[in-house]
Design a binder for this molecule. Structure first.
Ligand SMILES: Cc1cc2nc3c(=O)[nH]c(=O)nc-3n(C[C@H](O)[C@H](O)[C@H](O)COP(=O)(O)O)c2cc1C
Length: 173
């Protein structure tokens, strides 16, 4: 069993991102536990680079100075094995909603170090066009820095989302 966290950064709850996520979920083995967070429903402020997270005791439940809904993401993120980033392309990159939450993960990474080090991840994206170069660059950079394992990328492609989901094994090979 893997715990899978889907961070849904779409502006539209029932749009193309939701459909791509649905395809992904349809391919998952029932043994996995899935938590999907629709980020637009949460009140999440932007990171202000105050470095307050570095001054908190390691392992603090809410490592950030902001007091907002990000604690919900921190809690789920810490418990999860696989992080799925789902977003439409907005101005050639991921949505601001998803980016704001990802920026705030900095506090958790800074505060807990290797709690964030053991993840696998997936990128699910939709777009009106077909230019995903910038979000791919972001994703690859993030994966590289975090040392995470990329399980796959599905871009405007429901079949690929299903395939990635089916490939998720309970135990790492
Ligand atoms: C603010 C905004 C910016 C967008 N920028 C792009 C873009 O740069 N490239 C592109 O191909 N589509 C762009 N789109 C189109 C969306 O990616 C597309 O409509 C997508 O299917 C929306 O996903 P959703 O149905 O989950 O909301 C943009 C849409 C919005 C609202």
């Amino acid at each position: 069993m893997k715990r899978i966290l889907i961070l849904n950064g779409a502006g539209n709850k029932r749009g193309n991102t939701a459909r791509l996520i649905e395809s992904f979920r349809s391919g998952l083995d029932e043994s996995h536990e899935v938590c999907e967070i629709y980020l637009q429903d949460l009140n999440i402020r932007g990171c202000v680079d105050c470095q307050g997270c570095g001054r908190k005791a390691p392992g603090t439940v809410n490592p950030c100075i902001h007091r907002d809904d990000m604690h919900i993401v921190y809690e789920e993120f810490t418990r999860s094995d696989v992080i799925v980033f789902a977003s439409p392309v907005y101005w050639w990159t991921i949505s601001g909603t998803l980016k704001t939450a990802v920026d705030r993960l900095y506090a958790l990474v800074r505060n807990s170090g290797n709690a964030a080090n053991v993840k696998q991840s997936v990128l699910l994206m939709v777009a009106g066009g077909n230019d995903f170069r910038q979000p791919l660059m972001w994703y690859q950079g993030f994966e590289y820095l975090m040392g995470w394992e990329n399980l796959g990328v599905a871009l405007n492609n429901m079949n690929e989302a299903v395939r990635i989901a089916k490939s998720i094994r309970s135990v790492r090979p």
